[in-house]
Design a binder for this molecule. Structure first.
Ligand code: PBG
Length: 337
């Protein structure tokens, strides 16, 4: 060793850079990998036909009518994306105190499911049963005297879940964080003959500012009174999140989700370690928009950060990611193969 340098003899033998010295060494030692199989694409659906309506707060994302959604989902399936998650933006006239449109068998979400299933049978369809797209107050459950009532909400979302499964949904993903919902949905699905329909629990959904652009996308931001702190988890509480997830596992969840994603990677890791279930992160609207906005200003390399954040979810133990970048990332992955 050259004694004129400060690196001492012992540390000098241990050089981390040996494995980083060339593209081939770096590829050889890479621990986590992102593939198209890791991607779930969330989609916004509107009534009508021929509609592709850009969402201002989510550059590059549009609300689409069912016919356009079917075309987009075909493209996603051709790229190899395994599953989509659908969210409806329904007419204001159809929204009411209890979210009754969620119980209409051929409502927008179920129409979309049936159409997609018919046209693109090889892609998985994940549907949400939270009531927020259907309520006049933008909350995820039934509002009585200023309170989101738990058990009554569960009774309703259970019925909605069965209708969604009847329409062809492959996985029910309840995002409204009511207590006891996973067990109730499992029982009802089984009783209706839907033993093969899975449940991906939004097990740990935090009360987050990152959902802002989504609320614009489905037009609930103007409606929402108050906040969702009485049913979503506080961003301060990791151990409570684990307890909540444990209940969902006990009640029969097949997969777990952490939402939002990037600010909650510790929760992803802890959940994967604790339960070993397939674990997914939702890179939510605000996370997407931050990256897009900064990239559009030329302040960051948007594509690079898209791929970096998605890879980091894998490193944190996630089996996959719900992301508005799914199609862009799938295209990039296809090119780099
Ligand atoms: C509500 C729901 C939310 C999202 C999907 N369903 C959160 C909310 O509005 O409180 C957020 C998705 C996103 O931000 O991308 N059930």
């Amino acid at each position: 060793m050259d004694k004129t340098h400060l690196v001492d003899e012992i540390t000098g033998h241990r050089r981390m850079r040996r494995n980083r010295k060339a593209d081939w060494t770096r590829r050889l030692v890479q621990e986590s990998r992102l593939t198209v199989d890791d991607l779930i694409w969330p989609i916004f659906i509107v009534p009508g036909t021929g509609i592709v309506d850009p969402i201002a707060a989510m550059p590059g994302v549009s609300r689409m009518s069912v016919d356009k959604v079917v075309e987009a989902v075909k493209e996603a399936a051709d790229l190899g994306i395994p599953a989509i998650a659908t969210f409806p933006d329904i007419e204001m006239e159809l929204r009411d105190e209890t979210g009754s449109n969620s119980l209409v068998p051929d409502n927008l979400i179920n129409q979309a499911t049936a159409a997609i299933k018919k046209a693109v049978p090889n892609i998985g369809i994940i549907t949400d049963v939270a009531l927020d797209p259907f309520t006049s107050h933008g909350h995820d459950g039934i509002l009585r005297d200023g309170v989101i009532v738990n058990d009554e909400t569960v009774d309703q979302i259970v019925r909605a879940a069965v209708m969604q499964a009847d329409a062809g949904a492959d996985i029910i993903a309840p995002s409204e964080m009511m207590d006891g919902r996973i067990g109730a949905i499992r029982h009802a699905l089984d009783a209706a003959g839907h033993q093969d329909v899975g449940i991906m629990s939004y097990a740990t959904k935090f009360s987050s500012g990152f959902y802002g652009p989504y609320r614009e996308a489905i037009n609930t931001s103007g409606l929402l009174k108050g906040d969702k702190n009485s049913y979503y988890i506080s961003p301060a509480n990791g151990t409570e999140a684990l307890r909540d997830a444990a209940l969902d596992v006990e009640e029969g969840a097949d997969m777990l989700m952490v939402k939002p994603g990037l600010a909650y990677l510790d929760i992803c890791w802890r959940i994967k370690e604790a339960f070993g279930l397939p674990t997914f992160a939702y890179q939510v609207s605000g996370e997407y928009t931050q990256i897009k906005a900064a990239a559009m200003n030329g302040w960051i390399d948007g594509e690079r950060i898209m791929m970096e954040t998605l890879l980091c979810f894998k490193r944190a133990g996630c089996d996959g990611i719900l992301t508005y970048f799914a199609v862009d990332a799938a295209k990039k992955l296809a090119k780099s193969r």
